[in-house]
Write a protein that binds this ligand. Structure first.
Ligand SMILES: O=C(O)C(=O)C[C@H](O)[C@H](O)CO
Ligand SMILES: [Mg+2]
Length: 403
């Protein structure tokens, strides 16, 4: 099963995506997601200049060997760009292997552990009332879990909330980084009111999630975790920047609110202390940033030793290719938790035909051999790349903060 060709399709159907296609001599090809929001062309250069030429002629069935050839062989290990590149190759090779075996990817991983995959929706509002209306709308769509994010009085623009009511939220909203202003105090004083309002109106059964998006210090995160305990969240996500895994020891000592982390992680090494000390409850690293199936399943296995479950990152800046592979992984993985669901636009879905289905708040995996997602290259060409950058965040005194 020799690799005869490997190339990238950079396309922007509503937003930028980078897709890898690996073709074998037999004609079987695999698709991988190489999208890194705001740094897309860094991954393109890494793959085109340093990886793809070295794949030609290699045996596509040797997934593990190619993984280490790209990881150990790079010398300069880890990091989001390198691991996004490795992830894209890995996803494409697993797609090829499953197609060659004429089976859906979840079968190759070990078969179904569940019939369907619980998801959570993004419910946002410029204010609490607007957010509550979105919760009502999504419960009607069958969601059992919602992530709630609302505007904070005195903060003009906040993570997760569109600038105008009813607009789709896209963080990479300018060619060069937009500048936002942040106030931890205003946020901490306001967020507990959001959860009180949701529980008041919708009761205890709906799972509630919230994304702090890396913005607190550990003691502030401990304060927030304690303040929302009466509302028993499913998880509080990215409550502090997590380069210092030790920070979570302090947070854990103060609160029983479950903690999720890892969408910006890219290897098992980012998690080791967190898992061995049971400082977190969910891992978030998506297949397209964490080294693909080959590496993320190792992370999931290690997490399982410590009662930690998966909760894959799944915003619209991960392509349907990543989401499709994730639905297979979610269907198989024994310590599954939940899958993020931020629906792609119709123009994105048209470029990436897929067989996963969304129904009653859950994903249903398809039976097509492989991960079940393809790319319409002719249609993709109609959407040229345009640079788009994530914002930066400043405190009210001008300090450059965490976005
Ligand atoms: O979906 C989430 O939980 C996010 O935090 C989304 C991120 O802001 C997004 O992927 C950045 O590109
Ligand atoms: Mg997040």
């Amino acid at each position: 099963m020799k690799i005869s060709d490997a190339y990238l399709i950079v396309s922007s159907p509503g937003r930028n995506f980078v897709t890898l296609k690996i073709v074998t001599e037999s004609g079987i090809y695999g698709i991988g997601d190489a999208t890194l929001n705001g740094r897309e062309m860094a991954v393109v250069a890494y793959l085109e200049e340093h990886v793809l030429p070295a794949l030609i002629g290699r045996d596509a069935s040797r997934i593990e060997d190619i993984w280490h050839y790209l990881y150990r062989g790079a010398y300069w290990r880890r990091g989001p760009v390198t691991m996004a590149a490795i992830s894209a190759v890995d996803l494409a090779l697993w797609d090829i292997k499953a197609k060659a075996a004429d089976m859906p990817l979840y079968q190759l991983l070990g078969g179904k552990s569940r019939e369907r995959v619980m998801t959570y929706a993004h419910c946002t509002g410029r204010d609490i009332e607007g957010c509550l209306d979105e919760v009502e709308r999504h419960i009607a769509l069958g969601y059992r879990a919602v992530r709630v994010q609302a505007g904070v009085p005195g903060i003009a623009t906040i993570y997760g909330v569109a600038k105008r009511e009813g607009e789709r939220y896209e963080p990479a909203d300018a060619e060069l980084p937009a500048e936002h202003v942040w106030s931890t105090e205003k946020y901490l004083n306001h967020v507990p009111k959001l959860f009180a309002a949701v529980r008041e109106r919708f009761g205890d059964d709906i799972h509630l999630l919230h994304d702090v998006h890396h913005r607190l210090t550990p003691i502030e995160a401990a304060r927030l975790g304690k303040a929302v305990e009466p509302y028993h969240l499913f998880w509080l996500e990215d409550c502090v920047p997590a380069e210092n895994q030790e920070s979570f020891r302090l947070i854990r000592q103060h609160t029983t609110t479950p903690l999720a982390v890892g969408e910006v992680f890219n290897s098992i090494h980012d998690y080791r202390e967190l898992l061995e000390n049971q400082w977190i409850d969910y891992i978030r690293t998506p297949l397209s940033h964490g080294g693909g199936i080959t590496h993320v399943r190792r992370i999931a296995d290690l997490a399982g030793l410590y009662h930690v479950r998966t909760g894959f990152h799944g915003p619209t800046d991960l392509s349907p290719v990543c989401l499709g592979a994730a639905v297979h992984f979610d269907t198989w993985v024994p310590n599954f938790g939940i899958q993020e669901h931020m629906p792609h636009t119709p123009e994105t879905d048209a470029v990436f035909p897929h067989d996963y289905r969304f129904e009653d708040g859950h994903f249903l995996v398809g039976e097509t051999p492989g991960h079940g997602v393809d790319i319409d290259e002719a249609l993709a060409k109609q959407y040229p790349y345009k640079r788009a950058s994530l914002p930066v965040n400043r405190l009210e005194d001008g300090t450059l903060w965490h976005w």
